[in-house]
Design a protein around this ligand. Structure first.
Ligand code: DHB
Ligand code: MG
Length: 224
């Protein structure tokens, strides 16, 4: 049976109201996403909490995020790592980074988050050159054509046991079309092929429906 998008939204609303506590700062971060260069791209509240739970299950202290926007997922990640943890988040646009910094301050986590502005690939390359400590958890959620480059950089910045999550790997089912002319779809297909070909990596992908329509994410564990 096919359920309508309205039903998906209602179920998401029910799950969020039952299980997901969004305080004032998270609500403000979500709503301020409207003022970024990409409104409505932030994760849904129940997905934000999933990221936080995965981080905690992995015992993550250091988190790297590709794609900050208003910092909604960043707040979830920063709270998940706790006071002894640290989040580095990479954002292309200074305008978005300013909004994110305000939201991180309001959420009380500004001192454990660094927002690096500029093309995320270049920021990641700088982290590699600086010999950054390995990250325990990576969330790849920036421009989709660069997914393969972000995975490659992540493999320079993680350790065996690290977890990598990639957002938006379904895009209304478009991901199955090898001939797609959408370079975001090709970015997803290429990164999944890279993961499959890398003997260090174990992964699965899940489809999601809900307040963000039909999409999904990939979860990767670096075994060695
Ligand atoms: C888009 C990007 C995202 O990261 C997301 O979660 C939803 C949509 C986009 O590029 O349209
Ligand atoms: Mg996303």
């Amino acid at each position: 049976m096919y359920a309508s998008e309205t039903a998906w939204r209602e179920v998401d609303a029910y799950f969020v109201e039952t299980l997901v506590d969004e305080d004032k700062a998270l609500i403000a971060a979500r709503e301020s996403g409207q003022r970024t260069t990409m409104p409505q791209a932030e994760v849904a509240p129940n997905q934000g909490k999933l990221l936080a739970l995965l981080c905690q299950m992995a015992g993550a202290r250091r988190v790297l995020e590709f794609g900050t926007l208003a910092g909604y997922s960043t707040v979830w990640l920063a709270r998940a790592v706790g006071g002894g943890g640290f989040v580095t988040t990479l954002e292309l646009e200074e305008h978005n980074a300013g909004i994110a910094r305000t939201n991180l301050r309001e959420a009380g986590v500004a001192e454990r988050v660094e927002v690096l502005v500029g093309p995320a690939g270049e920021s990641a390359q700088r982290l590699i050159e600086e010999g950054a400590e390995p990250y325990d958890f990576v969330f790849i959620d920036a421009d989709k054509p660069s997914n393969p480059a972000y995975l490659k950089a992540s493999l320079e910045l993680t350790r065996p046991g690290s977890v990598i999550v990639i957002d938006n790997v379904v895009r209304n089912g478009a991901v199955t079309d090898p001939a797609s002319e959408d370079e975001r779809v090709q970015g997803v297909r290429a990164v999944l092929a890279d993961i499959a070909a890398d003997a260090r990596l174990d992964a699965t992908s899940l489809q999601t429906v809900g307040s963000k329509g039909w999409d999904g994410f990939t979860i990767v564990r670096r075994a060695r």
